[in-house]
Design a protein around this ligand. Structure first.
Ligand SMILES: [Cu+2]
Length: 112
């Protein structure tokens, strides 16, 4: 998680690998340390950085998808966290599956 200030959304970045034979789709994310979590994609629109809501993010069979700056991210509104803590996150998938993970919180200038 990249955390800036309590009144700014935090960004969640993660790489998901799918070792299975079927493609899956991430359809949502939730954390008790966020007011809400949304799947977003950053886009460069003629030099203007924009973010858009995305309904789902595909993870190809035997492939991976990266949530990374400039692309997909998990937006955390109203973050209740501090640098150095681990935030519990549950990702939900099309078809009803879930994946629990823990995301370390970094500040604006610190890097994983
Ligand atoms: Cu966003």
């Amino acid at each position: 998680m990249r955390y800036l200030l309590p009144n700014l959304p935090a960004g969640g970045y993660v790489t998901l690998r799918n070792g299975g034979d079927m493609a899956v789709r991430v359809t949502g994310a939730a954390s008790p340390d966020c007011g809400a979590m949304m799947l977003h994609e950053s886009k460069d629109n003629s030099g203007m950085a924009m973010m858009m809501d995305v309904q789902s993010v595909p993870v190809p069979a035997h492939g991976s998808v990266s949530f990374a700056p400039g692309g997909y991210h998990i937006m955390c509104t109203d973050p209740k966290m501090h640098v150095g803590m681990d935030v519990p996150v549950v990702l939900s998938f099309q078809g009803g599956g879930t994946l629990a993970l823990s995301m370390r919180v970094y500040g604006a200038t610190s890097a994983p």
